[in-house]
Structure formats: C-alpha cells, structure tokens
Design a protein around this ligand. Structure first.
Ligand code: AMP
Ligand code: GLY
Length: 420
C-alpha cells in the first residue's frame, strides 16, 4: 500500500514510524513532514491546508491511504474532497469535524443526548456574556466557540479575568470569527485524561488511555502549550471508568452523529461524579499519539485499511501491557518567540537506548545535520514494563540529546507514578 501522512509535527512522525513498520507499506510520503520523518517517508512539499494540492498529489501517486494529522484540513473538507475522487482517507467529513470546530455544536449535542459535560451557557453577544458572568461561580471557564489553536479557553479565577476574556474574544476579536460566540461553563475539578477511538462509520474500537501535560512548567503551572509530555498506562482509566466513557459518552455520541469515520478523541475530566467531556477532537492528539502508537501491537496499516472498507470490527486490536512516556524537548523561550536553527546533537545515541524512539516535531534536516525549527522540538519517547521504567528511559534519552536553549518539564507522569 502507498501511504500519505499529512502534517509536520511529532504526531505525524509517530504515525510515519508506526506505518513504516507494516510489511504492507510499499511507499510512504509525508506532506510536508519534518527533519525526522524523512528517514522513512519521502517529503512532499504541500501545506496541510492545501486540500486540492493534496488530493492531486494522492491521485498522481496512486496513494491508497491518506492519514490526516492536524484538524484544519478536516474542517476544510479534505475528507469530502478525497472521497469525491475515490481516494482512501482517514478522518471525518467536514460536517462532522464540527464536533471539534464548534464548541456550541458539541455542547448542544451533549444536552440533546444527556451526555456528561460541564453545565454551560452559549452567548452570542458580549452583553449577554457579561450578564452570565455576574451570576457565575468562580473559577469559571470562558471558551471561544471556534478553532483557536489552544488559545480559546480561559479558566478565570475572578470576574475581572472572565470579563477580560469576553472582551478579548467578543469585542476586540483577538481570535477573529472564532470568538464571535462564546461558551461560559462550570469549572470542573479532577484529573484530565485523553481517550481515543478508531471509527469506521459503522463501528468503533478504543485505544489505550493517555494523559497530556499542557502547562509549560512543573506542577502544572505557567502558560498553556501544545503539550509538554504525555504518558499512557492502564491505570489512567480503570476498566470500570473505561466502560463508563465508552457506554456513557463515545457510543451515544457516535450513534447520534451517524456514520462518523476517522479518529475521535475525547478530552475528559475525571470528576467525583464520574468522567465528563471537556472537548472532542476529530484527530489524533499531539503528544498523545506519541505514547499511544508505541503501545499498539497490531499493524496500524491493517487498522486504517479496515476503516476505509468499513470492516473495523474484523480487526483485533492488541496493545502492549505496561506503559509509555514521552518528554517534549522545547526551546527555553517556548511558548513565546523562539530562535530556530540550533544544531541538535546526541540523536543517534538516544535512539540506540533500549525501548527509546525519538519523534521529531519542530526540526529540519540539512546536509546531514538536524536543526531546531520551532518551539516544540523533539518528543523523546520510551516504552517500559511500568510507568517508572518508561519515564526513566525517556529522561535518560532526553538527557543524551542537546541543543542550545534546550528545556523540558522534569515531572512528566508524576501523578501516574504516585498512583503506581
Ligand atoms: P479544551 O480546549 O476545551 O480542552 O480546554 C483546554 C483546557 O482547559 C483543558 O485541557 C482543561 O485543562 C481546561 N478546561 C476546559 N474546560 C474546562 C472546565 N469546564 N473545567 C475545568 N477546566 C477546563
Ligand atoms: N493534546 C491536545 C491536543 O492534541 O489537542
């Protein structure tokens, strides 16, 4: 099979790395890919949101399976375009991508189906929103309705902070149209977890649970980021909670939206009253994918091929017991502006370590050397028999790598270790 992976981050490198291990992968491309994907996937210089360009590339290169990493092309209708040209693609159609693209759409779906989520009010004018904030308990959560690349959620401790968020989103339009409607919701307490499923329009199959670390600094402090690390083990969700999520959330959601295809990712808060939905995403999480796929024993290409043929229920998914962990190496000024072009050393030594895989995120390859090319640079990942083991290996490998201004969080997985 000929395969195209769309995107350029660590998630896409993890996808490339899983697919290249399939004996059925005859040729692999990444559009545009990064400094790490090039070892196994031929780069195609097409931007992920150039939906027409990607469809033409897939047609000209007889691609059997295209896997879409980021959300933007899904909202732009890449799946609809590919299907119209009889091209195999993993993702939902644009109208179902709204489950990520519009918070209002998803909250209303939750209300209609009685799905567990935070109590909320939708506000389409700033005046209305200020009124709701008067009557809110604090902390409260203000969310821009549309896609905002992680900048659309403010957990406000005080009425002032909440009003500032409403002013930014609705009056000053700091996020453009994405903030023209806001959702104001109850602040939930608990630990977060990420839960992904494969879906083929008829059936679905769950993946192992994982957990992201969104804040920049240790102890979950500092600004939100694109993710500073992740881990996966079977203690994140007990089998009972897993059943609650599948039967109480995922299955009714898929039944309600009808014919959903691709990856569905539920961001959960594990509250005292049980798991509640924070958000849905219509794609693989980043950096969650980097810890989920290393635990997958089944050939990922078999899974994707079955999804395209709507026979996912024929596939038996097998997962490695134990744990996986990924530490994100960033430029020290991230998530602020960063210097690019710093030469990276130690990659080979790290990759040789037992159980370790280094996924590239913001890197660039030039003349035999790898250089930093963004804020989040590398996802240093390891599998182990237990979480402590996986973390130890990941940090040992992270310490073997160097570049000027390298930084990371030293407490990835600590909450899981306490439970272990
Ligand atoms: P979202 O984009 O909806 O996942 O929100 C980003 C982050 O904001 C989540 O990962 C949570 O940490 C936090 N968050 C969102 N909604 C809530 C809520 N209702 N209560 C508490 N925290 C929330
Ligand atoms: N890990 C968060 C996300 O992919 O949206």
């Amino acid at each position: 099979m000929r395969v195209l992976v769309v995107g350029s981050g660590g998630r896409e490198h993890a996808l490339v790395d899983a697919i290249r291990q399939s004996p059925k992968a005859s040729r692999l491309f990444a559009a545009p890919g990064n400094g790490g994907t090039r070892a196994h996937a031929e780069p195609a210089a097409i931007a992920p949101d150039d939906v027409e360009g990607l469809a033409t590339f897939a047609e000209n290169n007889a691609i059997d399976v295209t896997v879409v990493g980021p959300e933007a092309p899904l909202s732009l209708g890449i799946v609809d375009r590919f299907r119209a040209r009889q091209l195999g693609v993993i993702g939902p159609a644009a109208d179902l991508a709204r489950i990520e693209g519009s918070k209002t759409f998803t909250k209303r779906l939750c209300s209609a189906q009685g799905l567990p989520t935070a109590a909320y009010t939708v506000c389409s004018t700033a005046e209305e929103a200020y009124g709701v904030l008067e009557a809110s308990a604090y902390p409260t959560v203000v969310k821009a309705d549309g896609l905002a690349a992680g900048k659309g959620v403010v957990v406000a401790e005080t009425p002032d902070e909440a009003r500032r968020a409403v002013g930014d989103f609705m009056e000053r339009r700091t996020l453009g149209e994405a903030g023209s409607t806001v959702v104001i919701e109850e602040c939930l307490e608990g630990e977060e977890a990420s839960f992904h499923v494969f879906a083929d329009g008829v059936d679905f199959q769950p993946m192992v649970a994982s957990r992201d670390h969104k804040r920049r600094f240790e102890g979950d402090t500092g600004p939100n980021t694109g993710g500073m690390g992740a881990y996966s083990d079977d203690a994140i969700l007990s089998s009972e909670l897993r059943r609650d999520v599948i039967d109480g959330l995922i299955r009714p959601t898929l039944d309600a939206v009808g014919a959903y295809t691709g990856i569905l990712y539920a961001g959960l808060m594990l509250t005292r009253e049980g798991p509640k939905l924070l958000e849905y995403n219509v794609r693989f999480g980043d950096p969650e994918t980097q810890v989920i796929l290393p635990r997958l024993e089944t050939d990922l290409l078999d899974v994707f091929a079955a999804m395209i043929d709507h026979r996912l229920s024929d596939v038996e998914l097998a997962w490695k017991p134990g744990a996986s962990a990924s530490v994100v190496l960033v430029a020290d000024t991230y998530p602020g502006n960063v210097e690019k072009g710093r030469r990276i050393s130690g990659l080979e030594a790290a990759a040789r370590m037992d159980g370790v895989t280094v996924f590239h995120a913001g890197t660039r390859w030039e003349d035999g050397h790898v250089y930093t090319n963004g804020g989040r640079v590398l996802n240093v990942t390891a599998v182990g028999e237990r979480l402590d083991d996986a973390l130890e290996k990941a940090y040992a490998a992270a310490d073997a790598i160097d570049f000027e201004g390298k930084a990371c969080r030293r407490d990835i997985g600590q909450k899981g270790l306490k439970r272990q």
